[in-house]
Design a protein around this ligand. Structure first.
Ligand SMILES: Nc1ncnc2c1ncn2[C@@H]1O[C@H](COP(=O)(O)OP(=O)(O)OP(=O)(O)O)[C@@H](O)[C@H]1O
Length: 254
C-alpha cells in the first residue's frame, strides 16, 4: 500500500533525568526510546503518560533534566522547531479549514504551498484513504476519518519522532483495527521513533516492539514487548494488564 522509500536516518529519543511538577505533584522520567521503533507507553490513569509526551513535544518544559533527540538537546526548543509530530485523541483539526488545508499545515503553518507541497498532500491523502475528501470540513467527516487527516498531516510533516496520545480511543473496534494497520504501515515506511499511548494491551501487542510502563509519575518498567507480554513480565505491568497482558496473541485473532 505504501511505496518503498530510501532508508532514512532514525532518531533516538531520551528523557535524561527529567522532572516536572504540577504544584505538589512531581513526575520524574529517565528513559530511552529505541530509534525507529514503536514503543507503547502504558500505565494507569494519572500515571504521567500525557505529561511524558508533552515534555517530548515541548508543550511542557522540564524543571530539570534534558530532552535529547539523536543526542541533540531540544529541552529549550519550541514545539514547532522540534523534530516531532503529535496526534491527540481528538481535536487535532481546525474546524474552519478543509481536509486539504488541515493536512497542509503539516508543511507550512501559513499554508504557503508550492507544487511539491500540493503533491505531498495528495500523496498523504491517498495513503490514508482520504482521496476525494479534500474539500470536506472536519464536521463532515467521521471520527476515524478525522484521525486519518491528523495522521496524514504527520506524514507530510515528516519528522522522525511521532507521538500518538490515545489517538484511536474514541473509535470502534473495526476502525481502530484499520488505524493500527495504517500506523504500522507508516512506521515500516518512515521508521519514525513512535510513542503510542494506549490503555489496550492488545493494541500495544499488535504495534509495539517496546513497552514503557508508568506508575505514579515515573517509569516502573521498560523493555521488549515480548518480555512484557510473557507470563514472566514485570509484576507491576501484569497487575495492571490482568489476563490481557499475557494471553497468547493467536487467541486475540478476530
Ligand atoms: N494541568 C494540570 N494541573 C495539575 N495537575 C495535573 C495537570 N495535568 C496533569 N496533572 C496531574 O499529573 C499527573 C499525570 O497526569 P497525566 O495526564 O500525564 O496522566 P496520564 O497517565 O496521561 O492519565 P490518563 O490515562 O488519565 O490520560 C496526574 O496526577 C494528574 O492529575
Amino acid at each position: 500500500m505504501i511505496a518503498d522509500k530510501p532508508a532514512r536516518q532514525v532518531a533516538s529519543l531520551t528523557l535524561d533525568k527529567t522532572t516536572f511538577s504540577y504544584g505538589e505533584t512531581t513526575l520524574a522520567f529517565d528513559v530511552e526510546f529505541p530509534a525507529g521503533k514503536i514503543s507503547a507507553v502504558m500505565g494507569p490513569s494519572g500515571s504521567g503518560k500525557s505529561t511524558l509526551l508533552n515534555l517530548v513535544a515541548g508543550f511542557e518544559i522540564p524543571s530539570s533534566g534534558r530532552i535529547l533527540i539523536n543526542g541533540k538537546d531540544f529541552t529549550a526548543t519550541s514545539p514547532a522547531e522540534r523534530p516531532v509530530s503529535m496526534v491527540f485523541q481528538e481535536n487535532n483539526l481546525f474546524a474552519h479549514l478543509d481536509v486539504f488545508r488541515n493536512v497542509g499545515l503539516g508543511i507550512s503553518p501559513s499554508l504557503t504551498l508550492d507544487s511539491g507541497g500540493h503533491a505531498a498532500i495528495a500523496d498523504a491523502l491517498a495513503r490514508t484513504g482520504l482521496a476525494g475528501k479534500e474539500k470536506r470540513l472536519p464536521r463532515e467527516l467521521s471520527g476515524g476519518e478525522r484521525q486519518r487527516v491528523a495522521l496524514a498531516r504527520a506524514l507530510v510533516r515528516d519528522r522522525p519522532v511521532l507521538l500518538l496520545d490515545e489517538p484511536f480511543a474514541s473509535l470502534g473496534p473495526a476502525l481502530r483495527e484499520d488505524m493500527l494497520e495504517l500506523v504500522a504501515a507508516m512506521q515500516i515506511e518512515r521508521k519514525m521513533t513512535t510513542l503510542f499511548v494506549t490503555h489496550q494491551p492488545e493494541d500495544a501487542r499488535r504495534l509495539a516492539s517496546h513497552v514503557v510502563f508508568l506508575e505514579n509519575g515515573t517509569v516502573a518498567a521498560a523493555g521488549e514487548a515480548a518480555d512484557f507480554f510473557s507470563a514472566d513480565g514485570p509484576e507491576a505491568f501484569r497487575r495492571y494488564a490482568g489476563s490481557a497482558g499475557s494471553t497468547p496473541l493467536a487467541s486475540n485473532a478476530h
